[in-house]
Design a protein around this ligand. Structure first.
Ligand SMILES: Nc1ncnc2c1ncn2[C@@H]1O[C@H](COP(=O)(O)OP(=O)(O)OP(=O)(O)O)[C@@H](O)[C@H]1O
Ligand SMILES: [Mg+2]
Length: 500
């Protein structure tokens, strides 16, 4: 069926913001259909309308020729339209089976037999090849496993359509492989898949067609078999973005100048004996699979978590053991955290205030913080990171996922820190803005500052780093110089194979 899902003239207006503008296209039954576009293009908004999270301002959605108007996500699920989104609520105190049945009871009758429920759940988990159990508590499971629960739940509800909004952003490589295998199986069963991602290689791996949105408008639908990456990007961005994750300037590492020296650092999270040096002007890449504990090491350096042993020496001086992030920032070290949604910004602050958070003293004149200086800075740095809308008064929490991330980046770029630790700096960020962020990183090191870049994206690790350290299960297991950076060597360290 060619018009299995049909969007007709969908417009969505948020207060002061047109998120979707007369969008019409259709999705075939049993295909994997990508939704592509830059941050803020309207992808998540369109899916939210499909799932009844909020109504469209104008326009209609048809499924199998029948108009649907779900009032909430539950109604959509009962119709067979399920979603696997990261913000979905899974209740950590409940077991896997209990979570699966949440909201599902009405179709299955009110008297739920616990044994039967666990048995059915276990069958679904087995079918998906999951290595956890129906009676496990969800709180302890990884993001990838939580996602599997959502997929199992969709199957339990006999979903006909399943949508994924950036599903791989917190998954390990092997979890991504499992997910793709499952998506292919779902497709083989005739289930229609909608898939949002900023990762081009994923789109080519699993999608049949892709519809592209730009500034809330529908651009085109392309068949992946007849499309190149350049075509996609051209349609998404409307211009060429050829130079991508590449150093455009010469390296500016000052080998004789150590800015940060970490000695035998260990922490309760389980990392142990971490020692390395960061040089002035260096971009030091930190690679590892999810669970390698790179984030935990950075948090310990930054004072966000307590280290259980070891020393951090900054410009020749040991940082106190009971350091707090506040102290560390004052000394000149910043951390752009990976969990930008939770840790990065204040909910009821606008962009200007959030961007100014880590650099307040810069805007003080006399004894007052000058609002106009904050606003100027907000616009300037907002432009550098490609923030849309680049409006100092816009509430950060109302931005699209990727744009909220850009605000946090902008916050740190406004500071005068000498060492910037960036944890997954381009996670959730669109392809056009990524290139801008890479350029910016080069400017930062050219100005004599240093960057630690924790990243799981091989292209940026290889493209941007002067040197790469590889971690596995809480230990540093490899070091590669720029001239030795090859995907295979890095992966071999990360998975623990022997170096040939
Ligand atoms: N609740 C809201 N209030 C006001 N504006 C909103 C709200 N939700 C989304 N928007 C705006 O709608 C536009 C589209 O946002 P949407 O989240 O759909 O983008 P997206 O394509 O999913 O982007 P990303 O790749 O960054 O996730 C953005 O400009 C955003 O600021
Ligand atoms: Mg989104």
């Amino acid at each position: 069926m060619d018009k299995y899902i049909e969007f007709q003239h969908i417009t969505k207006i948020f207060p002061g913001q047109k998120a979707l503008d007369d969008v019409s296209f259709s999705v075939k039954q049993g295909e994997v259909h990508a939704l592509l576009g830059e941050n803020g293009a309207g992808k998540s908004t369109l899916l939210n309308i499909l799932h009844g999270m909020f109504p469209a301002t104008q326009g209609k959605v048809f499924i199998e020729g029948e108009e649907v108007k779900f009032r909430n996500a539950l109604e959509a699920i009962h119709y067979g339209i399920a979603k696997v989104h990261q913000e979905i609520n899974i209740i950590p105190e409940l077991t896997v089976a209990q979570n699966m049945m949440l909201g599902g009871e009405p179709t299955k009758g009110p008297l739920l037999n616990r044994k039967k429920m666990e048995k059915e759940t276990q069958e679904l988990l087995d079918r998906l090849g999951c290595a956890f159990h129906a009676d496990d508590r969800v709180g302890t499971l990884s993001t990838g496993k939580k996602q599997m629960i959502q997929i199992a739940k969709a199957l339990y509800m006999n979903a006909k359509v399943i949508s994924f909004d950036e599903p791989t952003s917190s998954l390990s490589n092997s979890e991504v492989k499992t997910l793709f295998k499952i998506i292919r199986d779902l497709k083989a069963q005739g289930i229609t898949i909608l898939y949002i991602s900023h990762k081009m290689d994923e789109i080519f791996q699993i999608c049949d067609r892709a519809s592209i949105l730009r500034d809330g408008k529908y651009v085109t639908t392309l068949d992946m078999k007849e499309t190149t990456e350049e075509d996609l990007v051209q349609n998404m961005v409307g211009r060429d973005v050829s130079m991508f994750a590449q150093r455009l300037k010469p390296s500016c590492v000052d080998k004789n100048n150590t800015v940060l020296k970490v000695e035998h650092l260990s922490g309760p999270a389980g990392f142990d004996d971490i020692s390395f040096e960061l040089k002035k002007g260096e971009i030091l890449g930190f690679f590892g699979l999810v669970g390698a504990m790179r984030t935990e090491v950075m948090r310990a350096i930054f004072g966000a978590d307590k280290a259980s042993g070891g020393t951090v020496i900054y410009n020749g001086k040991a940082l106190p053991h009971n350091r707090t992030p506040n102290d560390v920032v004052k000394m000149g070290i910043g951390l752009v955290s990976e969990n930008r949604k939770e840790e990065g910004f204040v909910k009821n602050f606008n962009n200007a205030d959030n961007i100014a958070l880590a650099s307040l003293t810069k805007y003080v004149r006399g004894i007052f913080v000058k609002e106009s200086l904050k606003q100027k800075n907000s616009i300037k740095v907002g432009e550098t990171v490609g923030l849309t809308p680049n409006d100092p008064e816009f509430l950060t929490v109302s931005l699209s996922g990727g744009n909220a991330q850009k605000v946090i980046l902008a916050k740190w770029l406004s500071t005068d820190v000498d060492v910037l630790i960036m944890d997954e700096p381009t996670k959730g960020i669109d392809i056009g803005a990524k290139a801008e962020i890479y350029k910016l990183m080069e400017e930062i090191v050219a100005a004599g500052k240093s960057i630690i870049m924790v990243s799981s994206e091989m292209t940026e690790v290889i493209g941007m780093s002067d040197r790469v350290l590889v971690m596995r299960e809480g230990k540093l297991v490899g070091e590669l110089d720029r001239s030795e950076l090859e995907e295979e060597r890095i992966i071999t360290y990360a998975v623990g194979g022997s170096q040939g």
